[in-house]
Design a protein around this ligand. Structure first.
Ligand SMILES: [Mn+2]
Length: 389
């Protein structure tokens, strides 16, 4: 067996910004990925979790999944998957959507019901695929225990071995993680990772680890990575040590453009953006951060709407008010002065005294780790109706 397609975080059923077009975009990306997988003559497809956005996906998402997987099955391609944090059933007695696909013979799930591994035959060769359901950080100890069990299973198996996980690894995402590289079970040829939405890979001696990344831009924070790395799935050749990796890009992905513009240049900057985006297959989604002093927001909204409305799927404006230099210098002073200045600045940015007071009190409470009180305060503020003023 040589080629394996590794796909992840397809999030079918997700509807970004509650736009039906964005739900469609994710189906488009999935369909294109299936088409491209078929072109590559792979025999095995690994899905490393978050197949669906939610454990109760809309029927449309299930239909898209079933149709895609059926095309693979017709070509004799085996599909194996694990559950991610998004599509794991959360209530007792509830089954994950994957169970339907499994029942139809379209997908085999590892990492649930005590099935931590599966031996399959690919091109006349025995292959071990082990995997675990996504474990949140609070179940780290269970995760580590289960990874040790998997390491034992792998130790007894002669042949190619793949481990599938849906976790964040410290070395790839130090901001939030459940495990570090050194804690992974040893002995696998390929570590097929899901959960982090960016593409990443690392050679570990004779083995290869890679995050396939998400198939579409699921949030604003993924734009930069998409621009530099593209998005799609991974093609892994297991015949060498370490295995080799090829990123396959999808072309159906909707561009998202994130710009920072000075209020004075708003119109010209947006016009230029529209010109540059004219050749795109799908209308882009634009995030605009308007910066400046005393921004005339109604005017800014008008300019943004006039220039972008017809040329974008949607636009997401946000504002950043510049703080006077004098005000910044004063902040480095007495506590009372600081509080007073902070209140002034917050009022300027948020547009009302009550919102400013609320935000500062909230900051204080959170800073001191008083989460319960902060939550109570937030609920009170929400219920008071002050937030919408
Ligand atoms: Mn995830």
């Amino acid at each position: 067996m040589a080629l394996v397609a590794h796909i992840s975080d397809t999030h079918l059923g997700k509807r970004q910004y509650n736009l039906v077009e964005r739900e469609e975009d994710l189906y488009d990306a999935f369909r294109e990925a299936i088409e491209k997988i078929l072109e590559e003559h792979v025999k095995l497809v690994i899905h490393s979790g978050d197949f669906f956005e939610n454990p109760r996906p809309p029927p449309r998402a299930l239909l898209e999944a079933a149709r895609g997987l059926k095309l693979l099955k017709e070509k004799g391609i085996i599909v194996l998957g694990i559950l991610g944090d998004h599509d794991t059933a959360r209530r007792r007695g509830e089954i994950p959507p994957h169970a339907i696909l499994e029942d139809m013979g379209l997908l085999r799930v590892v990492g649930i019901r005590g099935n931590l591994s599966l031996e399959i035959e690919v091109d006349g060769e025995r292959v071990l695929v082990a995997g675990l359901i996504a474990h949140p950080a609070r179940y780290r100890r269970t995760l580590i225990e289960r990874m040790r069990i998997i390491e034992n299973i792998a130790g007894k198996f002669k042949g190619r071995k793949i481990l599938v996980l849906h976790q964040s690894i410290k070395e790839f995402f130090p901001l939030s993680y459940e495990i570090s590289l050194g804690e992974l079970p040893k002995g696998f040829n390929y570590y097929a990772m899901g959960h982090l939405h960016f593409r990443a890979s690392k050679v570990l001696g004779e083995s290869l680890l890679s995050y396939a990344g998400s198939t579409e831009i699921m949030s604003k924070s993924e734009i930069r990575d998409y621009e530099s790395m593209g998005k799609g799935f991974s093609l892994v050749d297991l015949s060498s040590n370490p295995p080799s990796l090829n990123w396959i890009n999808l072309s159906s992905i909707r561009r998202q453009i994130s710009v920072e513009v000075d209020f004075e240049n708003l119109k010209t900057a947006l016009q230029k953006l529209v010109e540059e985006a004219a050749g795109l297959r799908k209308k882009p989604l634009v995030h605009v951060l308007v910066k400046g002093k005393n921004i005339d927001r109604p005017l800014a909204y008008r300019i943004i709407r006039n220039v972008l409305e017809r040329h974008t799927l949607t636009y997401r404006p946000s504002f950043e008010e510049e703080v006077e230099e004098e005000e910044i210098r004063m902040i480095i002073g007495e506590r009372e002065v600081v509080d007073e200045m902070a209140a002034k600045i917050a009022e300027k940015i948020l547009g009302s005294k009550s919102k400013a007071m609320f935000s500062l009190e909230l900051c204080d409470l959170l800073y001191e780790g008083r989460l319960e009180e902060a939550l109570k305060k937030a609920v009170e503020f929400y219920e008071s109706g002050e937030w919408s003023k």
